[in-house]
Design a binder for this molecule. Structure first.
Ligand SMILES: Nc1nc2c(ncn2[C@@H]2O[C@H](COP(=O)(O)OP(=O)(O)OP(=O)(O)O)[C@@H](O)[C@H]2O)c(=O)[nH]1
Ligand SMILES: [Mg+2]
Length: 496
């Protein structure tokens, strides 16, 4: 028997099977996750720019402790062996050794290899939160042997040393960038390794299957074909898990990427009042003068965990006013750039010709029809051509002034965005890169099924099976090009 390591997984196969796997390319997987040593020590300010209580400068690499020793003296003149210990925070003075000038009183915490974020020696220097002090601390670290870290380089080292798989590294970025609780919980679930584990389980089953199929091809007498039910069982199981992940990714797209929502209608229907209701503050000017809003106004709102950018727009009507015309052009652009439109009409005025024109401008965008001012006019009104418009996702009677039924708008948006799927806090979800690979793996597995159904020889399915395995390897980063790694980490901030 031989232990075949394909990325993070180890699979027990016979020596013959191992040779076959090597031949069909599985052994040659470039294993990025085997512990890598970096010669350079990197450093960066990990806290955001600006003034705060504390700023943190972080160093990682073989010289991190040595550099720290030159610049830091603990209070009470302790010996190095007393304070340079992993996970021990020590207060002391951070100074320029050339001039003897103290820069700050700091707290240092070493995390010694391999018990650190990157698996290397890491030190965190917490100084007082002035940008000037943090820059001075960093400058001294750089002067004494560290180099400035690139965006995401600490996390990249954590990935390359095998501490995190690529899905977890991507989740670190999602967590940092999360704007709603739902987003942060979903990112935390991926960071825990849940997604990676599910993908690796599927992949391991497929690797086992490929090993059997390959052995059968090479040793038809001794091993023979893998029984069809076994292939069906393994492939159907993999497709089921991957399809579930892929469906959830589609449903959770707006949770990940956010949603742009344009409030659109003719003047005076209550668009700015509705924006203010969403924000719960008087953000936009509201008057009874038609044409009050001249320019689009964008604001972020957390709609029950969905990150939404709401855009209040200038009312659409016939006009000769140059400024108003520019405003209306921007309204059209806001509609084009949004995923969903809130189309407001005024119940007290009834359905107007101008509403008809607004509807034309909305075009094929999905929209929610909001009949406003129900506090003044409680009765519904026939909304002519809107009733069976294909883009309409629903309609509601609301009052943007009193806030009546505004909560229902949240629910309808949420239902539409999550495609009716019940969301659970902390649901794992694939990002665009992972979803594309997941779909490619499903497509390859569908070809495997077809090959079996058509009764073709088993060598025909090995290539597609390997294709599916390769796609799954790429999701977790077990087989991934440097270009992809660079593009994943380029979106990070410096210091993470
Ligand atoms: N009673 C009542 N009045 C409302 C309601 N919504 C808006 N209004 C009033 O209608 C007038 C116009 O409201 P806005 O929110 O400025 O309307 P708008 O669509 O932004 O108008 P423009 O910026 O001119 O396009 C104001 O006097 C609001 O107080 C509502 O639900 N009930
Ligand atoms: Mg307005």
């Amino acid at each position: 028997m031989s232990d075949v390591s394909t990325g993070l997984n180890s699979v027990q196969v016979s020596n013959n099977q191992a040779r076959k796997l090597e031949k069909c390319g599985l052994y040659t997987i470039k294993c990025q996750n085997i512990a890598m040593q970096f010669e350079e020590t990197i450093a960066a300010i990990s806290t955001p720019p600006g003034f705060g209580a504390i700023a943190v400068v972080r160093m990682s690499g073989p010289a991190a402790c040595q550099i720290l020793s030159k610049l830091f003296s603990p209070s009470g003149k302790k010996r190095e062996s007393d304070w340079l210990r992993t996970h021990l925070a020590t207060l002391g003075s951070f100074s320029n050794p050339e001039t003897g000038q103290e820069v700050d009183q700091v707290l240092v915490t070493p995390f010694l290899a391999p018990h650190s974020y990157t698996s290397e020696d890491v030190v965190e220097i917490s100084c007082h939160g002035s940008p000037l002090i943090a820059s001075e601390v960093l400058a001294l670290c750089l002067k004494h042997g560290a180099r400035l870290a690139k965006p995401g380089e600490f996390t990249q080292r954590a990935f390359l040393s095998g501490k995190l798989d690529l899905t977890q590294a991507e989740a670190v970025l999602d967590l940092i960038q999360s704007k709603t609780k739902r987003q942060s919980r979903a990112a935390l679930s991926v960071l825990s390794g849940d997604l990676g584990r599910r993908i690796r389980d599927v992949r391991k089953n497929l690797v086992d299957l490929l090993a059997n199929v390959t052995a059968g091809i090479d040793f038809p007498e001794e091993v023979g074909d893998t029984p069809e039910p076994d292939i069906h069982f393994a492939v159907a199981g993999a497709i089921e898990v991957l399809t579930d992940l892929s469906d959830a990714a589609r449903a959770n797209k707006f949770l990940r990427d956010g949603l742009r929502l344009a409030i659109v209608g003719r003047p005076n229907v209550g668009k700015s009042s509705l924006l203010n209701q969403f924000l719960k503050i008087e953000r936009a000017i509201v008057t009874d003068v038609p044409g009050t809003t001249r320019d689009s106004l964008e604001e972020f709102v957390d709609l029950d965990g969905l990150p939404v950018v709401v855009i209040d727009t200038a009312g659409l009507r016939q006009s000769d006013d140059a400024v108003e015309l520019i405003g209306m052009e921007r309204t059209k652009r806001a509609i084009e750039d949004s995923e969903l439109v809130l189309f407001l009409i005024d119940l007290t005025a009834g359905w107007q010709k101008e509403d008809e024109r607004v509807l034309e401008t909305i075009g094929s965008r999905p929209f929610l029809l909001l009949k406003n001012k129900c506090d003044l006019h409680g009765k519904d009104l026939p909304s002519n051509g809107v009733a069976d418009r294909p883009g309409k996702i629903g309609e509601l009677l609301i009052s943007a002034k009193t806030g009546e039924k505004v909560k229902h708008i949240h629910e309808m948006i949420s239902d539409w965005a999550f495609q009716g799927r019940t969301r659970h806090e902390g649901d794992t979800s694939l990002n665009d890169r992972q979803a594309a690979l997941c779909e490619a793996a499903i497509a390859s597995l569908n070809l495997v099924t077809k090959t079996v159904q058509e009764g073709l020889p088993q060598d025909c399915l090995a290539t597609d099976l390997k294709g599916a395995i390769d796609h799954l390897s790429e999701i977790c980063g077990e087989m991934v090009s440097e270009e992809i790694i660079a593009s994943v980490f380029a979106n990070f901030c410096i210091g993470k």
